[in-house]
Design a protein around this ligand. Structure first.
Ligand SMILES: C[S@@+](CC[C@H](N)C(=O)[O-])C[C@H]1O[C@@H](n2cnc3c(N)ncnc32)[C@H](O)[C@@H]1O
Length: 252
């Protein structure tokens, strides 16, 4: 099994602003979700999340032979796409703080036959304290991770630190829209589709958390501002999926 467990730095975890009281609770939440996470994603997005993830990866500009990082990799969707993009001479690190999510990612890697997927290594670690040297990566992705970390500025600083100058991070997540209609539609979807479907999997509470986490998240403009504040030279937020999703693309 291609998996490296880097000791986690749980002592540096901070109190949260939203429903889960701390990083340990968030880690437990994602571990509970792990067994059904992929099925639910397909069901709830009608498969669209695969397209959004492809867009996020292509916006990184990752090339053959690159060394790339997928922060908050979960069960590894973005890591697998990056693996294809950088080829067998490249290297992908998928990092997450949930061992259960990493075990799923690793088992998916074993069941997928593509040779290039052998270029992925799974690392247990904290997005707020990345276990890598400065300027180590040619490109970085983060899918549905930034909304879930307890300190978004610290996570952005860490991404900035481990990214090479001139390289790009692509951060995909729900879009916290300024449009009343779009945000009302997102909340309607969560209450009437996401939570009822998740309830069928015994995960109603876990998915109710989604609504508050989007409310507490940053708008596209605020994400661009945050990226520039931590030092990125350029930042642009793209609304995708009819405005339900967004992708922040920032260049170091
Ligand atoms: C919603 S999942 C997204 C998984 C995957 N990137 C995707 O797009 O399908 C969020 C992931 O972030 C991870 N996570 C949250 N906070 C983290 C942190 N501080 N450090 C590392 N991983 C974290 C969770 O364990 C979970 O696997």
């Amino acid at each position: 099994m291609a998996m490296t467990f880097v000791p986690s730095t749980s002592s540096s975890f901070r109190p949260t602003l939203i429903r889960c009281a701390n990083s340990n609770e968030r880690r437990a939440l994602f571990s509970r979700i792990a067994p059904v996470y992929d099925n639910l994603n397909d069901l709830l997005s009608l498969g669209q999340h695969r397209i959004w993830k492809r867009m996020a990866v292509s916006w990184t500009g990752a090339k053959m032979g690159d060394r790339v990082l997928d922060v908050c990799c979960g069960s590894g969707d973005l890591s697998f796409l990056l693996s294809d993009q950088v080829g067998s001479h490249g290297k992908v690190i998928g990092l997450d703080f949930s061992k259960d999510q990493l075990l799923f990612a690793s088992s998916r890697q074993e069941s997928l036959s593509k040779n290039c997927f052998t270029n992925i290594e799974w690392v247990e670690g904290d997005a707020l304290d990345l276990p890598f040297s400065d300027g180590w990566f040619d490109a970085i992705t983060m899918g549905y991770g930034l909304r879930n970390v307890v300190d978004k500025q610290k996570a952005m600083q860490e991404i900035f630190r481990v990214l090479k100058t001139g390289s790009t991070v692509s951060i995909l997540d729900f879009n916290k829209s300024n449009e009343l209609l779009t945000s009302a539609f997102t909340e309607w979807m969560i209450d009437n589709i996401v939570v009822p479907v998740a309830t069928g999997y015994g995960l109603s509470e876990e998915y109710r958390y989604l609504k508050s986490s989007i409310r507490e998240f940053l708008t596209g403009k605020e994400l661009e501002k945050l990226a520039l504040e931590v030092g990125f030279s350029a930042a642009r937020h793209y609304e995708i999926g009819g405005g339900l999703m967004g992708c922040l693309v920032a260049k170091r």
